[in-house]
Design a binder for this molecule. Structure first.
Ligand code: GTP
Ligand code: ZN
Length: 366
């Protein structure tokens, strides 16, 4: 194949980012700005298959023998991943874009807390957006802002319909891979449509070659933002599981982390309930959320530990109060009770076990 000449230099290989994967094909967006059609449909080199090197959405890859006429290429190398989520399966994501609505549906602090602790458990940066600010008064907005600051979160107030806060959000999304998450009806699709001009056409153009369209398939796909960011749109969901161990839970609350950074509880295995000389228990708004989620984490752990060995590939999924069911357990490592030392390393270790499973619909593959 003749190399393509661009800027007088023949191109034999290029770096790019995998936007979508289906079967044995990879849709790769090339780094260069000089090419009009910057996406190539690529296969994976046999050498990579032989060494078992998988290619994920979000991977940085080297594409050899680009054929711009046919829009094809071959991936010959996968660069080291900075992060790796299993559900949704995305490499190199840096940020979770968590979207809630202030009204319609009205903001439920418990549900928000649940999403927040799930997002915290991934160790990715969190960008919290509160949409439909047009439906509340400036005073109500200020009250929410103060309340969430007390939880340890700065939030961006948006109104997709009134075009408020979009520029601020775009600057937070620049040059990063972000994962969009949030409950149903909060305006995620409206936001994506606002952020990415002509998205339906783009989805259509990708679909023809590779995919069936983002709402009908179970794949994860990265969308190109106008400012060099990429965003993965996850399907809506209801209630994420609390699937950390009881010891780890406090580290998923900024308020508790702050207290633990300033002092120590008397007991190494303090769960911050009624233990004497506990530095976490106290007068902070979400302490009651902590206690409730702790109960869930304890139920989960005790149910899993009561199972005979051959059954421990199941996990208990708490549906609602008093209701539960077992499901295949995917990451047994999570259910070992960590030592105090391990516990202290927890924040760091979150990177190794990132999991956004519950940000997806329960009937999704991932
Ligand atoms: N008032 C107001 N309504 C909005 C705003 N953004 C979105 N909506 C409306 O909220 C409704 C839900 O918006 P969607 O974009 O479908 O929400 P979604 O989060 O994608 O919902 P799912 O597809 O169920 O996950 C629609 O009727 C939108 O028009 C906003 O900023 N203000
Ligand atoms: Zn304590």
């Amino acid at each position: 194949m003749d190399p393509v000449i661009l800027s007088e230099k023949p191109i034999t290989s290029l770096y790019g980012t995998v936007l979508a994967v289906q079967a044995n094909y990879y849709h790769v967006k090339l780094d260069t700005n000089e090419l009009e059609d910057r996406c190539l449909l690529c296969t994976r080199r046999t050498r990579l298959k032989k060494i078992g090197q998988k290619v994920m959405v979000g991977d940085r890859v080297l594409v050899t023998e680009p054929d711009f006429q046919d829009g094809r290429g071959a991936i010959s190398e996968v660069l080291q991943r900075k992060t790796e989520l299993s559900r949704p399966p995305v490499a190199n994501a840096e940020q979770i874009l968590l979207v809630f609505a202030l009204e319609e549906p009205s903001l439920d602090p418990w549900q928000l807390s649940r999403f927040l602790i799930k997002a915290e458990s991934t160790a990715l940066t969190l960008c919290l957006c509160l949409n439909k600010s047009d439906l509340i008064s400036p005073q109500q907005q200020q009250a929410w802002q103060n309340r969430l600051n007390g939880w340890g979160y700065q939030s961006i107030f948006l109104s997709v319909t009134q075009d408020l806060g979009i520029e601020e959000l775009l600057s937070r999304l620049q040059n990063k891979i972000s994962i969009l998450a949030g409950p149903s009806g909060v305006g995620k699709s409206s936001l994506i449509n606002r952020l990415i001009p002509n998205i339906e056409q783009r989805v259509g153009s990708v679909s023809g070659k590779l995919l069936k369209g983002r709402h009908t398939t179970r794949h994860v796909e990265l969308f190109d933002l106008p400012n060099s960011g990429l965003i993965a749109d996850t399907p809506g969901f209801n209630q994420p599981d609390v699937d950390c161990t009881p010891d780890q839970l406090a580290y998923l609350f900024p308020e508790a982390r702050q207290r633990l950074s300033q002092g120590n509880c008397q007991f190494n295995d303090c769960l911050h309930r009624l233990e004497p000389n506990c530095v976490v228990r106290g007068d902070w708004e979400r302490y009651e959320h902590y206690l409730k989620f702790l109960e869930e984490a304890i139920v989960l752990q005790s149910n899993v530990s009561q199972l005979p060995d051959e059954e421990t590939n199941l996990k208990l999924k708490v549906k609602s109060l008093g209701q539960s069911q077992y499901e295949p357990k995917l990451e047994s490592k999570k259910y070992r009770r960590p030592s105090r030392k391990q516990n202290n390393q927890f924040l760091q270790e979150r990177y190794e076990n990132q999991n956004l499973r519950d940000l997806a619909d329960t009937d999704e593959d991932w």
